[in-house]
Ligand binder design. Structure first.
Ligand code: GLY
Length: 253
């Protein structure tokens, strides 16, 4: 058996002010997804199938910012995006502006496998999803109570939140943290949900990467970040695989 490797992420870093309960939830979900990927690799699944499988799982759970639980636009709607890349042949697929596709990463995979293109967006991507028969749900499925609350906070602070800062009482902070960060005079914490991704090298040395996101909280409708952009949010070749997270505008630059 060759040497396989897998990395899974649900955003960049952990803020020390994040309540322990949220940190534990994040770790549990990431561990579950990591184990799913490890089992698939042990069963000899190809890297491209493993990254899709793992990112689907992350999209389906509302904890992080992708699929269900995606960040909301300034209009309170969801516009999701994702991309996937298969290293050996540098094949890739990407989607943006999805409002009804339950698993955006799988539509990105279909763009790669079943369309003559690399990237489909908005109504064209939704038309393609219907043609391909992928699972569709109402926009409301993606909108969680937590994200409605965070959008409200973002609007009150007149900001676009890429790191989901919320007011937080110091009693909820991790042990040992004396002074929470502040924004607009309020103590804040990073509320965990961020972009998700997975990078894999399989038993045959093939590398693949996938990334999925709802983008930034309170973003303008039509905004496209780094996650669906091959060479920005996602990349894979025969030497490396990359899945980025953080402020898309900075990553694109
Ligand atoms: N990196 C995710 C985004 O900015 O949309």
């Amino acid at each position: 058996m060759g040497g396989w490797a897998i990395a899974v992420h649900g955003g960049a870093g952990v803020d020390p002010n994040l309540p322990m309960e949220r940190q534990e939830q994040a770790k549990q979900l990431l561990t579950r997804c990591l184990n799913l990927g490890i089992s698939a690799l042990r069963s000899d699944l190809a890297a491209i199938d493993v990254v899709e499988l793992v990112v689907r799982e992350l999209e389906t759970d509302p904890f992080f910012n992708s699929g269900r639980g995606s960040a909301l636009t300034a209009k309170g709607t969801v516009e999701m995006e994702a991309s996937i890349m298969d290293g050996p042949k540098r094949r890739c697929g990407a989607v943006s502006g999805l409002t009804t596709v339950k698993n955006p990463v799988s539509l990105a995979r279909l763009v790669m496998d079943k369309s003559p293109h690399s990237y489909l967006a908005f109504s064209g991507a939704e038309d393609f999803a219907r043609q391909q028969g992928v699972e569709l749900v109402d926009n409301e499925y993606f909108i969680t109570e937590e994200n409605v609350g965070m959008l409200k906070l973002a609007k009150e602070a007149n900001t676009i939140l890429f790191d989901y800062r919320i007011p937080l009482g110091s009693e909820s902070c991790s042990a040992g943290v004396e002074s929470p960060l502040h924004m607009n005079g309020l103590p804040i914490s990073v509320y965990a949900p961020e972009t998700v991704g997975c990078v894999v090298v399989d038993n045959q040395g093939r590398c693949a990467a996938a990334t999925s996101t709802g983008g930034l909280m309170n973003k303008m409708t039509g905004r496209i970040g780094d996650s669906p952009l091959i060479g920005a949010g996602t990349y894979a070749c025969d030497l490396c695989g990359v899945s980025c997270t953080g402020e898309g505008e900075a990553i694109i630059r």
